[in-house]
Design a protein around this ligand. Structure first.
Ligand SMILES: *Cc1c(COP(=O)(O)O)cnc(C)c1O
Length: 429
């Protein structure tokens, strides 16, 4: 099951080869043209703006929204050839769609992946990345500090299909080594984790996983494609909830799976084509627009998050502040080795447990209570009673989620306004 081939592209191999595109049924339709220069020569900021564009004969500036479920055939013979895959073309938007393909190509360029497929949500991407390659009798090892629904997929859904799941403390290399001393088909991990901001040593875990024969899937949502490059450390597959920073403006759900052409074409594409968690062309368009401003938004959000983490560290109602960019983070050195900056999320424990946290949240005037993250609006959530409620107190404690823990997703507002709101709400704790 392991994907040994490097998922990274080199030179100008930035799109599926004509043969691979043909096999996957995603070659551009006649009348659509790609960019004039080689996108592989572009910097990431340029890739996020021009990457993957397919321009129609109308020569539109902004990407066109192909809001269509299907495509027509001039003759019955053409339809026959399309289904036999002898003539590459768009067939049905459950398989591929020009707007969705633009998003997939742009993301592959940005991540440095050979290929990618978009999905209707981040969870569809997580589930598909695992289910497309696993079968009864297989074994998965995963870090235990996970987004609530990822934890559910691994601990509840996969075992129902006869797949063994072993959860380990992602910070503990000894635990990974022990769990990976047996043949294993897949490794799943999140770093930094949601909401505890725990860091997994990507290089060390990828090496151990590959020795056990496993395909490593990294949920890179918290780090975003700009702050951490899991492929550089040996990851085989990277998944995102594009709902978070990639849209970044609270408008659309979406997800994406990136990896080698062999993984995408042979394992993922047939699974997606026949199970159908397809991304809407409208949402693909919103996500394309999100990518155009991702770099700018992240620069600002990371700078404000670092400032707020410092600010909160000096508050007496705050017991601990977790932010990978702070020297006080227990894995600060590792985080800074793997990530360009500390990210946009700050997690902190308030005095007074649940009561203290609720009084704080209810007193906020500008910062909104919401379980989403990566948004232009600052959002805060109480994981113990929302995203991680299902885990129960024991598992929550293992993940460092206390009754007083609050997760703050820092938005694009003025840092001074956010600090003033936090300061006045802390008085209520
Ligand atoms: C939000 C999130 C997901 C799920 O994404 P959706 O788009 O909400 O389905 C998966 N992993 C992490 C780390 C997340 O934060």
């Amino acid at each position: 099951m392991a994907q040994r081939r490097s998922p990274r592209f080199s030179g100008s191999k930035t799109r599926p080869s004509p043969a691979a595109a043909k096999a996957a049924g995603i070659a551009p339709a006649p009348g659509l043209t790609g960019p004039g220069t080689d996108p592989a020569s572009w910097h990431p900021d340029t890739r996020m703006i021009h990457g993957g564009v397919l321009r129609s004969d109308f020569k539109e500036t902004a990407e066109a929204i192909y809001m269509t479920s299907g495509f027509v055939y001039s003759t019955a013979e053409e339809a026959e050839a399309a289904f036999a895959n002898t003539k590459p073309r768009f067939v049905y938007s459950r398989f591929s769609n020009p707007t969705v393909q633009m998003f997939e190509s742009r993301m592959a360029l940005l991540e440095g992946a050979e290929d990618s497929r978009a999905t209707a949500s981040g969870m569809a991407a997580v589930f598909a990345s695992l289910a497309c390659q696993l079968k009864a009798g297989d074994r998965v090892v995963s870090s235990d500090a996970l987004f609530g629904s990822c934890q559910y997929v691994l601990a509840e859904i996969l075992p129902k299909y006869g797949i063994e799941t072993v959860l380990v403390d992602g910070r503990d290399l000894g635990a990974w080594r022990k769990a990976l001393s047996k043949p294993t088909q897949a490794v799943f991990l999140e770093s930094p984790s949601n909401p505890g901001l725990r860091i997994v040593d990507l290089k060390a875990v990828c090496d151990l996983a590959h020795k056990a024969g496993a395909c490593v899937i990294v949920d890179n949502v918290f780090a975003t494609p700009l702050l951490q490059k899991p492929f550089d450390y040996g990851a085989d597959v990277v998944v995102y909830s594009a709902t978070k920073h990639i849209d970044g403006q609270g408008r659309a759900l979406g997800g994406i799976v990136l990896g080698s052409r062999a993984f995408i074409n042979d394992k993922l594409q047939p699974f997606l084509r026949h199970t159908g968690p397809s991304l809407s062309p409208m949402n693909a368009w919103l996500l394309l627009k999100g990518l155009e401003t991702l770099d700018l938004r992240l620069q600002r959000q990371c700078a404000t998050a670092a400032r707020i983490a410092e600010f909160l560290s000096g508050q007496k109602k705050v017991e601990t502040v977790l932010y990978p960019g702070l020297k006080s983070h227990p894995q600060h050195a590792l985080a800074m080795r793997q990530m360009k900056s500390g990210g946009t999320l700050v997690t902190f424990d308030l005095k007074g447990g649940k009561g203290g946290a609720f009084r704080f949240l209810n007193a906020l005037k500008l910062i909104l209570i919401s379980n989403n993250l990566g948004d232009s609006k600052s959002l805060t959530t109480h994981p113990a009673t929302t995203t991680h409620q299902r885990l129960g107190p024991e598992l929550r404690k293992q993940q460092g989620i206390l009754d007083g823990t609050v997760r703050l997703s820092v938005g694009l507002e003025a840092a001074e306004d956010l600090e003033a709101d936090l300061a006045q709400a802390l008085k209520a704790v």
